[in-house]
Ligand binder design. Sequence first.
Ligand SMILES: Cc1cc2nc3c(=O)[nH]c(=O)nc-3n(C[C@H](O)[C@H](O)[C@H](O)COP(=O)(O)O)c2cc1C
Length: 127
Amino acid sequence: MSAIDAVTRELLDKTEFLALVTEGSEGPHVVGNWGEYLRRLGIDGDRLVLPAGYYRKTEENLSRNGRVQVLVASKSVQGGHGPGQGCILRGTAEIQTEGEFSDRAKASFPWARGALVISVDSVEMQL
Ligand SMILES: Cc1cc2nc3c(=O)[nH]c(=O)nc-3n(C[C@H](O)[C@H](O)[C@H](O)COP(=O)(O)O)c2cc1C
């Protein structure tokens, strides 16, 4: 069964940005990406594909520990208490500088050096 259910899919369709946390040697490291960029590159099963322009520290962190947490949210998705929902997606990630996803990222974003590919294995709703 897919980790990305209908509500998660709606959040990924509507979130303005994503916040991604990796574990660094000195603690958590947070970076961003745009929801629009995710929607341009597409969601491939349980994998999220994003353009990587920089992400040098993120890449270093991922080489030691591939686990990530990603926060997305939208006020226009219904939550349990009213308008507004968000979720934490947990999984593993890597930066791919060659292959299908990297080619896709470079074709859409000429500044990209590759793709940040996140494999989601669980989702936790927040509201
Ligand atoms: C809303 C938002 C969107 C961003 N989009 C990208 C992006 O598409 N690609 C990218 O490499 N960095 C993006 N960044 C910058 C990253 O957060 C980060 O600062 C940069 O990539 C350096 O990463 P590093 O600290 O892992 O080296 C974005 C930041 C924000 C706040």
